[in-house]
Design a binder for this molecule. Structure first.
Ligand SMILES: O=c1ccn([C@@H]2O[C@H](COP(=O)(O)OP(=O)(O)O[C@H]3O[C@H](CO)[C@@H](O)[C@H](O)[C@H]3O)[C@@H](O)[C@H]2O)c(=O)[nH]1
Ligand SMILES: [Mn+2]
Length: 735
């Protein structure tokens, strides 16, 4: 009944899916007009002060910051213009005859067995192999950029285990198809079969973990004789930066059946592309392009699912959900991909480090979805293979016939010529003088290959769909220590700058290709690092002014005072509303806005510096993998208790700590001065107090704590020196 009603009120729906505009769109548009008037008034006020007052430097800094804030607000307004929610009806699709289901290639990327434990890769692979989908149509390709025999060993074990796991899943029809999740949850039934299977799983796990700990695959650990020979490829000369291609079919749907002989097993293929120090490998984008070609030669499925190794599948109906869109004749011709949100397990109660990225993975997604479709976020995405071969109306052909996206692959994946060609297309010189990475496949040139590729696809005219079912489709890992969080986002900030400051900048090329709303929407990310400018200016300048009794904002009896109040509370309230309406909590929102400030002084700031150094050819940067291995216990406990971790010494925390101290001084001095100056510095004092409340964890880490996560003494000392320097320099331009 509910489904029926939804369909009646939807726009552009079919029997397979429906789409509803959010009700908040209209009030948001009205408020948008009012807020814009407020911003224009503020600009007028600044220009006026520039022309009349003698505080040129301060006013210019504030004006520049406000221009950036206004621009960023406009980017979010474009994503609030027409948010939509979709529903799909997988049961309708599942009723089709099984032979009509398209073949599905699943790509899983991993790059380092120590930062990404092989058991994690195993669980992700098993969860995808056990989809409620005809198994003979699924091929799972694992790309190992770490070129590690440990990962291959783990997958070999996974293949063996899957012959028991898959029938168990299909016979009992439960939802947790990642064995790790299944066996650690209390909700499933226990019987002999489950007990046996659990033992088998634990056994596999301890063997894999032993091999990883010992760092090599000893012969007595290899239980499948047929794969013994592969490990000889890891010769003395083999390193992760320099080695030949390894492609190993671990399971073949033509020949492999489960232990009961009842079910066909999906394909499972291990791929480690050739690496050489003299050819660029383009990180994950390069790995994915290799998989595109290797899978093209072997199975060439029309639908591709990309997964990061930590993103296990949490719902076996997921592929069918994606197909509700991808195969719908009404929309399929221009539909490039169906993106699911990234969801995470083990996030602390109020998500202290804001690493659920609600704005990124939920709020903005529904905003984009009402325009041309969500951006690509690297994992949990079903692609139409054709999307990697040029615009919808103008296909670019691959150099060899075998790689054309419409070809039917009808040879055995273990045929000699198929494997030979697969090795060839995984070679590191294969891409020289081709369109791979520029017009075909995942795009090179940015550390955020996901954002850049999705963006370029939209520019080419492809559309996308955001699919966000109630039960999370995929679950992954988030960094759980502050330094990991800010380092990850520093990488993103750099990657985004690589796009924003290029000839494909969304501000120019994007708006021209996709229209103003999409183009501006993409700018919100492209110019992410620019947040650091207003955040630093507002985090330090008015506070220094306060220390010297100089006012930079209107006093409270001035009517302009209320404009500041209105703009601040308006923008903040809207942000809060976005957050809560998409299922966030108030506590989560508070932490989210705090992390935004912290990022301004860490990730965004250092990202901009690194980007500049690299542009000037003074340094290089790479893809710094986020660690998914469990850190030490103490740190894990602190995370659970939501205590900030400033332990690992890093220069990244220096500006943040200095700004925190300046704000504290400003609050103390400002409160005292309030009685002398009266209403003159009220806005400055309010701002400093707000920042200081946000900085409470920094003060605690500096002065009140004694655990390993406190701010190291040396860091506090350096921050003290920086604060002193800031205050002294304030004397020169404020007095
Ligand atoms: O040279 C490389 C580097 C990374 N990866 C893989 O890329 C994935 C993402 O790496 P991770 O360290 O987890 O980065 P995150 O910042 O957590 O990932 C986000 O940001 C990335 C872009 O910076 C996207 O690729 C991801 O999909 C997105 O989830 C992992 O599966 C890695 O194994 C490779 O295959 N080869
Ligand atoms: Mn990740």
């Amino acid at each position: 009944m509910e489904a029926y009603d939804k369909r009646k009120h939807s726009v552009g729906g079919t029997t397979l899916h429906t789409c509803h505009p959010c009700r908040r769109a209209v009030p948001y548009r009205i408020y948008g007009v009012i807020h814009t008037c407020g911003i224009l008034a503020l600009m007028y006020h600044h220009v006026n002060s520039l022309l009349t007052a003698d505080t040129t430097l301060i006013t210019s800094l504030l004006l520049f910051s406000d221009v950036i804030l206004a621009f960023m607000w406009a980017t979010s307004a474009s994503l609030r213009f027409n948010p939509v929610h979709r529903s799909e009806y997988p049961e309708m699709y599942a009723a089709k005859p099984k032979q009509d289901f398209p073949k599905l290639d699943v790509f899983i990327c991993t790059a380092n067995p120590y930062k990404e434990p092989p058991m994690m890769v195993v669980n992700t692979a098993l969860s995808a192999m056990a989809y409620d989908y005809p198994s003979d149509k699924i091929s799972v390709y694992v790309s190992d950029d770490g070129g590690s025999s440990l990962t291959l060993f783990a997958l070999m074990e996974a293949a063996k285990f899957s012959k028991r796991w898959l029938p168990y899943c299909k016979n009992n029809n439960f939802q947790d198809r990642s064995p790790e999740v299944y066996f650690s949850s209390k909700s499933h039934t226990w019987n002999d079969e489950a007990d046996n299977l659990k033992m088998m799983y634990e056994d596999m796990k301890s063997r894999v973990e032993h091999v990883v700990d010992s760092g090599k695959v000893e012969t007595e650990y290899i239980t499948c004789d047929q794969f013994r020979g592969v490990f000889d490829l890891w010769t003395q000369k083999f390193t992760r930066q320099e080695h030949p291609t390894i492609i190993q079919v671990l399971q073949n749907s033509e020949t492999d059946v489960d232990d009961s002989g009842k079910y066909i097993m999906p394909n499972l293929i291990y791929v480690s592309r050739e690496k050489s120090k003299v050819s660029p490998h383009h990180f994950k984008a390069g790995a994915l392009n290799t998989l595109l070609r290797v899978s093209g030669v072997m199975t060439n499925s029309p639908v591709i699912l990309t997964l990061d190794c930590d993103m296990y599948s949490n719902d076996p109906t997921t592929p069918v959900r994606a197909l509700c869109y991808l195969t719908d004749p009404k929309i399929k011709s221009g539909l490039g991909f169906v993106q699911f949100p990234q969801k995470f397990q083990g996030v602390s109660e109020n998500d202290i480090y804001a690493c659920e990225y609600k704005r990124l993975f939920d709020i903005n997604m529904i905003g984009f979805d009402g325009l041309m479709g969500p951006n690509h976020v690297g994992t949990g995405c079903f692609f139409n293979r054709r999307v990697f071969y040029g615009p919808p109306s103008n296909m670019i052909s691959a150099q060899i016939d075998e790689l054309n996206p419409n070809r039917i692959a009808d040879k055995s994946i273990e045929a000699k010529d198929v494997l030979e060609l697969a090795h060839n297309v995984a070679g590191c010189s294969y891409e020289y003088n081709t369109n791979w990475g520029s017009k075909m496949g995942f795009r090179y040139g940015s550390l955020v290959e996901d954002y850049y590729t999705g963006y370029m696809l939209h520019c080419e005219g492809w559309r996308s769909v955001f699919c966000s079912p109630k039960r999370a489709a995929f679950c992954g890992d988030v960094p759980k220590s502050l330094i990991d969080v800010v380092s990850q986002q520093k990488r993103w900030a750099i990657g985004l700058l690589e796009v924003s400051i290029s000839r494909y900048s969304p501000l120019t090329f994007g708006i021209k290709s996709m229209g103003i709303l999409m183009g501006i929407g993409y700018c919100q990310y492209a110019f992410w690092a620019f947040w650091s400018i207003p955040l630093i200016v507002y985090g330090v300048l008015p506070q220094l002014a306060l220390l010297y009794g100089v006012s930079v904002f209107p006093k409270s009896s001035d009517p302009w005072f209320w404009l500041y109040i209105f703009l601040f509370f308006g923008a903040y309230a809207q942000d809060l509303l976005d957050f809560v309406l998409e299922g966030g909590t108030y506590g989560g929102w508070w932490n989210d806005q705090r992390m935004w400030m912290i990022r301004g002084f860490t990730s965004f700031f250092f990202g901009s510096i690194e980007f500049t150094l690299k542009t000037l050819n003074l340094s290089t940067h790479g893809f710094n993998l986020t660690s998914k291995a469990n850190g030490d216990d103490e740190q894990g406990k602190r995370y659970e208790k939501e205590i900030f971790d400033f332990g690992p010494p890093s220069s990244m925390f220096l500006p943040l700590t200095a700004a925190a101290i300046v704000n504290l001084f400003a609050v103390v001095w400002g409160t005292y001065g309030f009685f002398i100056w009266g209403e003159r510095l009220v806005l400055e004092l309010m701002l400093a107090s707000f920042a200081a409340v946000n900085c409470l964890p920094v003060y605690e880490a500096m002065m009140l704590r004694n655990d390993a996560g406190k701010l190291p003494k040396r860091a506090s000392l350096s921050a003290g020196i920086l604060t002193f320097a800031l205050i002294v320099s304030g004397y020169f331009f404020l007095k």
